[in-house]
Structure formats: structure tokens, C-alpha cells
Design a binder for this molecule. Sequence first.
Ligand SMILES: O=C(O)c1[nH]c(=O)[nH]c(=O)c1I
Length: 308
Amino acid sequence: IDFKTTMASVEFPSIFLNASGVNCMTVAEMDEMINAACTGGVVTKSATPQQREGNPQPRYYQLEHGSINSMGLPNAGFPYYLDYVTREHAKPTILSVAGLQMSDNIELLHKIQASEYTGLTELNLSCPNVIGKPQVAYDFEETDALLAEIFSFYTKPLGVKLPPYFDLVHFDQMAAILNKYPLTHINTVNSVGNGLWIDIDTEKVVIKPKQGFGGLGGAMILPTALANVRAFRQRLNPSIKIIGTGGVTSGKDVFMHLLCGADMVSVGTALLHEGVGIFQRLTDELATIMAEKGYTSIEDFRGKVQDF
Ligand SMILES: O=C(O)c1[nH]c(=O)[nH]c(=O)c1I
């Protein structure tokens, strides 16, 4: 079974992508994603106008059922990633960008609009780890104003990376804003912001930045990720596709994301731990589940989760 899919008239050979931030900081990592079996392409690390070192280490820690990170947007800088995605590759790319303030986002999108790049771009509105900067996507007015400004000039394929929401009214409010704009997709969820973990032997937090506060990922956030995928699928125009991210470690998790309506699925924490071989495993496990259920295509069940 091939799991190819099309988003914004870009054909992805597989539904699987890396979660931005994992396996996508350097040309070598991005090439590895593209060259790996069963990947749809690569999403770049969120790019800022200039190169950034990020937060002091340790800034990532593996938990029993997931991860906590406060990387602080380390990246090689916007020109590095624009150069990479503008070159020819065997599979599609998604250029992720994250300004540190609104003017950065506008500036970066003007540059992409003026560039040779014709592929997809994803505006990260949900980085939880830039010290002193709140997540844009938790400010509905700012998000609306930003998208209005962007779509006054931007005509290339654009999606947004969203944080998790935890209130049904917030899903309504955010979806109403997103439905006003010709977005190609949303990518949901980013890490669950500002969790905390403690090593009881040392009685210290486990990451250095922000007194130990960091974004949560991995298996423990799967229920939150599934809720966000389903909630937005129920509310968004069908023209806005959904990349489901969060908590994927197995074919069962992929199946649940697809039942909730995801068009593509990306993997972060588990990719970091297992390497790019995970995509063949997820493909095989999903194919096995589908065969057991008599499904021959993802369309047989995508978005068809049933109420109790
Ligand atoms: O700290 C980071 O670099 C980071 N970490 C995350 O968990 N999500 C993000 O969007 C980002 I930009």
C-alpha cells in the first residue's frame, strides 16, 4: 500500500514527515529525511532571520513516556534553509519559519514571496521556549492581524504550526480566524508548553533554561494531539489540510490521527529516539492494521472516528 498524498498540489510520496525541530537542523539531517524510506519529505527547523545558538544546555530531556525541551529556537538562520528548499530534492520540503516578533514574520514571508521557492511554507506560531515571548497563537487578535497582513501580499502555499488548545471555545475562536484565510494546512500540535520535570535524587529540574520549564512531547501528549486534530477537522474548511503531530510512536497512533482527520502525520520525539528507520516501521504497522480491518486506502477511514 502506498501512502502518498497531495497537499497544495504538491505530491508527497508518503504521509510521514518529521516534526519541525527534529532531524532537520542541517543539510545532512534534511537530506537524511528525504533519502529515508517511507518519508514524504522534510520540514525544516523553524528559521529565524539570523542564525541562533538557542538556550543553554541541557535543554532536552527524555522522560519515560515522552520528552521535555526548551531548545530556544537554535537554527542556522533563514538564508540557510531558504537556500536548501530552493534546491532540487527527490521529495517535497516544507520551510518552517518563526519570527521573534510580528515584523520578523512579515519580513521572512516577504523574502519567501520574492524568492524562487514555490513549495510549502509553515509559519510557526507556537514556539513556547523563546524567553520573554508569549506564543502568538494564544493571542487570537494578534494571530488574526498577522494573517491579514500576510495574506495582503503572500500568494504562495502557506500553513501554520499551532500549539495545543484545551478549551472547546478556543477551538471555535481559532478555527473562525483560520477559516478567513487561504491556508494550505495547519500543523497541530506543537509541544504542550511549559511542563516541568524533576530528578528526585538531585532534587533539581532536568533542563537548564527557564528554571526547568519546557515543551512536552512524545507518547504522553497523544490524547491532546488527537483532540486538536479532531477539533480542527470538525471546524476548518475542507480546503485546509491537517498535518497531525504529537505522540506518534506506533502504527496504532498513526491510525488514530488519521481517524481524527489528519491528512499527513509527523513524528518528533520518537524520531529522535529511533532514527529515520521509524518511518518504515510506522508504514508497516499501519498497513497491517488496515489489512486486518479490510481497508485498502486511507480514504476508507480518514476522519471517520465515531462518537460513542
Ligand atoms: O525551543 C524550540 O526551539 C522549540 N521547541 C518546541 O517544542 N517547539 C517549537 O516550535 C520550538 I521553535
